[in-house]
Design a binder for this molecule. Structure first.
Ligand SMILES: Cc1cc2nc3c(=O)[nH]c(=O)nc-3n(C[C@H](O)[C@H](O)[C@H](O)COP(=O)(O)O)c2cc1C
Length: 314
């Protein structure tokens, strides 16, 4: 049977499937539930310095066959209340990656340091939420700012730092290279794509915030392209995210260059049982495809191609 362990910036995972940030990660119990269902590890919901209510409803619109639109507005209990949830998950042996957000480098360093002290194995910096004023992609669309934020956090903590990048940019590779220069141990991609929907009867946007972020099956080709481009340009490991629902989806991300993958919308639609399906199905499928291990599949679609290539042909 093919080996499915993954090594992400020195963190050993029993399999490459991580719970994505913002889905099912509210409590220690829910993080633990994802792990017990078969995930290799979990990413917490994004936590800031102080509690935040998020946006009023409606915050989500679902399209079961192809995706989900959300503008939650980063609701979270704040870093003072959250450590007990991480502690519960860590006590159950769950590998936890702590996701944090802030408005600038000092804010990220502060909340990152406090998240580190909860016992998480790594940090994931949310530089990519597409709908929160002054936060997320508003910070993470500028390579200079990405480098500053990552450098400040790397100096403030001892654990590996992953930068979660936005696809809402003309040049995601520039953001990835900036994260690498800042000292990131890896990058995660993608967060949601800026998107919206309009109710024609009401003549109004469906989401209370107007703009939101698109996730799920519809964004898988975008996520794959981003991982593909990052793999060509970066040396640090990449966590692939976007529209993963099946074992073959995850292997496609590995072939594009992802060392681990996160699963979000598929969990929102189908519950954490999806991690059981993925973790049970992966070894046999890797065997069928002729891979001895998950690690062997990482980047394999690039074999024989000269690297690096510039961006998309016109
Ligand atoms: C309801 C919802 C809430 C989310 N909240 C966060 C969040 O707090 N922090 C973050 O980095 N990403 C957040 N995301 C983005 C996901 O982690 C993931 O990057 C994105 O949904 C693409 O993966 P998917 O297609 O598997 O859902 C959220 C996504 C959804 C659908």
């Amino acid at each position: 049977m093919a080996a499915v362990e993954a090594n992400l910036a020195g963190i050993r995972l029993r399999n490459p499937f991580l719970l994505a940030s913002g889905i099912w990660g509210e409590s220690g119990e829910s993080l633990r539930g994802a792990y017990e269902a078969g995930a290799g590890g979990v990413v917490t919901k994004s936590i800031g310095a102080v509690p935040r209510d998020g946006y009023p409803n409606p915050t989500v619109e679902t399209f079961e066959s192809w995706g989900m639109l959300n503008a939650m507005g980063l609701p979270n209990p704040g870093i003072v209340e959250y450590p007990q949830e991480v502690a519960r998950a860590r006590a159950a042996g769950v590998p936890v990656i702590g996701s944090v957000f802030a408005g600038d480098a000092d804010g990220f360093a502060d909340v990152g340091r406090r998240m580190e002290s909860t016992g998480v194995l790594a940090l994931e910096l949310n530089l990519s939420c597409p709908h929160a004023k002054g936060l997320g992609s508003e910070v993470g669309s500028d390579p200079g700012e990405v480098e500053r934020v990552v450098r400040a956090v790397v100096r403030a903590v001892k654990i590996p730092v992953l930068a979660k990048l936005t696809p809402n940019t003309a040049d995601v590779v520039a953001l990835g290279l900036a994260a690498e220069r800042g000292g990131a141990a890896g990058v995660s991609a993608i967060n949601t794509l800026r998107a919206m929907s309009i109710d024609v009867t009401l003549r109004r946007p469906v989401l209370a915030n107007g703009l939101g972020g698109l996730s799920g099956a519809a964004v898988k080709p975008v996520g794959l392209a981003v991982v593909w481009q990052l793999f060509d340009a970066l040396t640090v490991p990449i966590v692939g995210i976007g529209g993963i629902r099946t074992v073959d989806d995850s292997i496609a991300y590995a072939l594009a260059g992802a060392r681990a993958v996160e699963v979000g919308t598929a969990v929102a639609f189908g519950g954490v049982g999806v991690f059981g399906e993925l973790s049970r199905g992966l070894p046999g499928r890797l065997d069928e495809l002729g891979f001895r291990s998950w690690e062997d599949a990482v980047g394999a679609a690039h074999a024989g191609r000269s690297r690096p290539t510039s961006s998309v042909p016109s």
